[in-house]
Write a new protein. Structure first.
Length: 97
């Protein structure tokens, strides 16, 4: 019995790169979800402070949330990473093909 070392190295690097790619996609999705809301510019050109006002009134705090592009990009990253995982399961389980 002989070992085809070239095939072994190819499988090793393909699995290493694909695992790193899936982890990077997922981490990028989490990073997009952590994108803060844009800062509010005052009339004099300065920015509002990041922390909410400490006057114990919740009705004057405006929750802008994260930008829409960040939410969409995060969902795209999560869908792509889930698709990679499903394709990997499809390739591993012989009963599926």
């Amino acid at each position: 019995m002989t070992i085809d070392w070239l095939a072994f190295v190819q499988v090793f690097f393909a699995s290493l790169l694909s695992a790193a790619g899936v982890v990077a996609l997922y981490a990028l999705g989490i990073r997009f979800l952590a994108t803060p809301a844009p800062k509010v510019v005052r009339a004099d050109g300065t920015y509002e402070p990041d922390a909410p006002a400490r006057d114990d009134e919740d009705d004057d705090v405006d929750e802008a949330g994260r930008p829409r592009f960040a939410t969409i990009a995060a969902n795209v990253c999560f869908v792509l990473s889930a698709a990679c995982v499903l394709v990997g399961i499809y390739l591993i389980v012989p009963a599926l093909h």
